[in-house]
Design a protein around this ligand. Structure first.
Ligand SMILES: [Zn+2]
Length: 233
């Protein structure tokens, strides 16, 4: 029997991230662990069986198709990341690289592949495993954690903008989507308007580079661009 996906997303803090709990001071020992915990250590949504949700099969297939291109573009390997269909309307990544994509998000953006690829790119742009190498032990203040999180979210948005440009996709649907689901300010994110400008800037810069590269080195581009990536390094 097909699973039912009810309703729209409504408004929420962040459609491409977990819902944040309040800070708990004095727990994690290394800087990397504190950041991993804050960014990627949130409760995970329930995993859904894709076979029960044929109505989003196409969208899941699209994400699997782009996973390798985006992983390689980020400097990682395809199997550094895994995609799971999950309950709810968010996308989030945990520190092991598993990306949980909400069935509601897939259903709502059925006709907007740019939003789905942009969301996947944002999550891969976090590259959560790399935080494991920040081993200096010091308790960060709440302000420091918020600052690093804003920086991290901005890095992920920059990557999403660049990735969409590389894939030949517009970033406008993603920017509009972020604005449409924002409800109130959050200390670990810039407002959707600012995020939109960051994504647009990154997209414009990378689109120019990609076009120039295609014009000047067409053969090289076909082999090496993230869009045309054929295999391992
Ligand atoms: Zn994020």
């Amino acid at each position: 029997m097909a699973g039912r996906i009810e309703g729209g997303l409504g408004t929420q803090l962040n459609p491409f991230g977990p819902q944040w709990p309040t800070a708990r001071a004095g727990e994690a020992p290394s800087i990397g662990e504190q950041i991993q915990q804050t960014l990627f250590g949130k409760p995970k949504p329930a995993i859904l069986d894709p076979a029960a949700f044929p109505q989003v099969a196409e969208q899941l297939k699209l994400l699997h198709k782009y996973k390798k291109k985006l992983a390689v573009m980020a400097g990682d390997k395809e199997d550094d990341y895994d995609i799971q269909l999950a309950d709810g309307g968010n996308a989030m990544i945990d520190q092991a690289g598993t990306i949980f994509v909400g069935a509601k998000l897939l259903a709502l953006c059925k006709e907007k592949p740019e939003v789905l690829v942009g969301a996947l790119a944002h999550e891969i742009g976090h590259r959560p495993k790399r935080w494991g190498s920040y081993r200096v032990r010091r308790q960060l203040t709440r302000e420091e954690i918020e600052y690093i999180c804003r920086h991290e979210e901005t890095r992920a948005d920059l990557f999403a903008g660049k990735a969409l440009a590389e894939m030949g996709m517009s970033c406008e649907p993603l920017v509009q989507f972020l604005e449409s689901v924002e409800d109130k300010p959050h200390p670990e994110y810039f407002p959707a308007k600012v995020r939109g400008e960051i994504i647009r800037d990154a997209h414009a810069g990378r689109a120019y580079q990609a076009t120039a590269r295609r014009t000047i080195f067409p053969g090289f581009d076909r082999m090496t661009s993230p869009k045309g990536h054929l295999g391992e390094y």
